[in-house]
Design a protein around this ligand. Structure first.
Ligand SMILES: Nc1ncnc2c1ncn2[C@@H]1O[C@H](COP(=O)(O)OP(=O)(O)OP(=O)(O)O)[C@@H](O)[C@H]1O
Ligand SMILES: [Mg+2]
Length: 397
């Protein structure tokens, strides 16, 4: 059985022998009896402890029991303590306690009747314990309620995140389907056309020059589809935290020049004149494939989202890091979208629409972070966009 909580009782009498006798009478386990020889001593004790009951001798020199009760009534902390007055037989006890809020006022007459004293004390002590227990239960209930509310809040957040994830997945699937459908459809039409002309063998499609053109186009379409699939694979790898990098000593200046060359045709087709400003060599330890992915995504973005405008690539190094800046002069990105465009599947809504999944910047950022670096954006509408890639020279931190 759990032990009963300890309870304090105050007894006040100017005669020490009365205090001793009363304490002996009411003593019981888990009951702490505090003795006061005067009203002043009693007031000091009342401030320090939480009492279940105060037993006050009415006749005391100085402040008497009734006056002490009035003083207790005046203080919030003691206003509710039940009081039992002890007085000599035949003395006046119908003192009016206006405003004494507990209402729990009782009287005992000297000589004290053992049974009456014990039963009164027991009633008040038990009442106090019940009240205390109730208070604890209410506090526990309130705490449980707060925890429940907090949990509910978390559940609501998780639920709306889930809804957002499901909506995003659906958007993503329809986007991928559309994006894959265009090049596939094109390839299908071309294949059908060649099949139709095959029996006669005289289609211009079979002439060497047209065949080369066709192969180039098919290569581009297949490349676009492979790019899409690679992007999707990267995203699922990133989700499972598997964007692994294999850093090796590397010359970033050479890599930037190679990337510029390999995207030259695409940028030229988009009307973007590219200038490169790079030192002869910037040595560091990085994953070549991932760094190439970062540069490629930024260059392709410039071609797609800032066509017809010059693009400047500048590479520099210092303070233990390499900095690559890709600056274009396209429509730019509003500051409110700066953070959003780096999230997966987040895209702008340009007119006319530009193909894409909204993965390029996300993958670039994750790849830079895997190296302990970052990609940041500085742009305003109509003022072009400046992407800065920072990479520690030593590779992963
Ligand atoms: N250089 C830029 N100028 C203006 N807007 C840009 C530029 N680069 C990116 N953006 C905006 O940021 C969005 C997100 O770019 P991100 O590269 O992540 O995706 P995407 O280019 O739309 O598609 P993906 O790269 O997957 O083919 C773009 O849709 C575009 O609105
Ligand atoms: Mg992109």
């Amino acid at each position: 059985m759990p032990q009963l909580p300890e309870v304090n009782v105050l007894i006040v009498d100017d005669l020490p022998e009365n205090l001793l006798a009363l304490e002996a009478l009411i003593r019981q386990p888990q009951l702490v009896v505090h003795q006061a020889g005067s009203a002043e001593q009693a007031l000091a004790l009342l401030l320090d402890h939480d009492f279940a009951l105060a037993i006050l001798d009415v006749q005391m020199p100085g402040m008497n029991g009734f006056e002490l009760a009035e003083a207790m009534r005046g203080t919030g902390k003691t206003r509710h303590i039940p009081i039992v007055f002890v007085s000599a037989a035949g003395s006046e006890l119908n003192y009016a306690f206006k405003g004494y809020e507990s209402g729990a006022i009782d009287f005992l007459q000297k000589p004290l009747d053992t049974h009456a004293v014990r039963s009164k004390v027991n009633v008040f002590v038990e009442l106090h314990r019940q009240r205390k227990l109730l208070k604890e239960q209410v506090a526990a209930l309130q705490q449980a309620r707060r925890e429940q509310d907090a949990l509910l809040g978390k559940l609501e957040v998780a639920h709306s995140e889930l809804e957002r994830a499901v909506a995003m997945r659906d958007d993503f699937i329809s986007l991928v389907t559309q994006e894959l459908r265009t090049p596939l459809n094109d390839l299908y039409v071309q294949t059908q056309m060649r099949k139709t002309h095959l029996p006669s063998g005289d289609s211009p499609a079979f002439a060497v020059s047209s065949a080369r053109e066709m192969l180039d186009r098919e290569e581009r379409q297949i490349g676009a589809m492979l790019g899409l699939i690679d992007g999707m694979l990267d995203v699922s790898r990133l989700r499972t935290g598997e964007l692994t990098i294999h850093p090796r000593p590397l010359d970033l200046a050479a890599l930037v020049r190679r990337a510029g060359t390999s995207h030259a045709a695409r940028l030229e087709a988009a009307g973007c004149e590219v200038t490169l400003d790079a030192p002869a060599s910037v040595q560091g330890v990085w994953d070549e494939f991932r760094i190439d992915q970062i540069i490629s995504n930024l260059l392709i973005n410039a071609a797609q989202h800032a066509p017809g405008q010059p693009v400047r690539l500048s590479l520099s190094s210092g303070d233990g890091e390499a900095r690559l800046v890709v600056r274009d002069h396209g429509p730019g990105i509003a500051p409110r979208d700066h953070e959003r465009v780096f999230r997966q599947f987040e895209r702008g809504t340009p007119l006319p629409p530009v193909p894409g999944l909204g993965l390029g910047l996300y993958i670039a950022q994750q790849a830079a972070r895997a190296h302990g670096g970052s990609v940041s954006l500085d742009s305003a509408p109509g003022e072009g966009a400046t992407f800065t890639v920072r990479l520690p020279l030593a590779g992963t931190p």
